[in-house]
Design a protein around this ligand. Structure first.
Ligand SMILES: Nc1ncnc2c1ncn2[C@@H]1O[C@H](COP(=O)(O)OP(=O)(O)OP(=O)(O)O)[C@@H](O)[C@H]1O
Ligand SMILES: [Mg+2]
Length: 143
């Protein structure tokens, strides 16, 4: 499948950059005439993935980076990958379960992956402890 446009960004893992990633995703997705609902879904899903990289990946470490690649494909699909080089996830299946969180004391509800799965057509999570995590999501846009 041909890529018609793409954006690659590297951002410090700081909470201010969650909004930046969200707006960038919306700006790229808007090029293929998505519905308002599709646009909202993409912004929410990207925001959940980037927030995870910010709050979980680099716990207690300074200087962590989040790498985001977004693509628009010829068939109107939007593909986004959010990668970090942080602590990684030991058990991805468990992490993806609704309500599973390792940070309950911070009022996290453990719904991030469930939201990404519900709002996008496809969610893939690749992770290795100590090496980092890559979340890739796809959604078909257009009316
Ligand atoms: N990028 C990441 N690096 C390391 N661990 C992660 C990463 N993303 C998710 N996790 C782990 O997976 C768990 C589940 O993630 P999920 O987004 O579903 O819930 P949460 O972030 O804990 O809560 P919520 O998203 O509802 O605020 C997290 O608690 C964390 O342990
Ligand atoms: Mg989360």
């Amino acid at each position: 499948m041909k890529t018609v446009n793409f954006v690659r960004m590297t951002l410090p893992a700081k909470s201010v950059n969650e909004a930046y990633a969200r707006v960038a995703a919306a700006a790229l997705a808007s090029q293929v005439d998505p519905t308002i609902e599709q646009m909202a879904d993409i912004k929410t899903a990207v925001s959940e993935a980037v927030t995870n990289a910010i709050v979980h990946a680099y716990r207690g470490q300074e200087g962590g980076l989040v790498y985001i690649t977004m693509r628009l494909m010829e068939d109107g699909s939007f593909i986004v990958s959010v990668r970090d080089r942080g602590c990684g996830i030991g058990d991805v299946r468990q992490a993806r379960e609704p309500c599973f969180t390792t940070a309950p004391s911070e009022e996290r509800s453990g719904m991030g992956f469930s939201i990404m799965e519900a709002f996008m057509d496809k969610l893939q999570v690749r992770s290795a402890p100590g090496r980092g995590t890559t979340v890739t999501m796809t959604k078909r846009l257009g009316r």
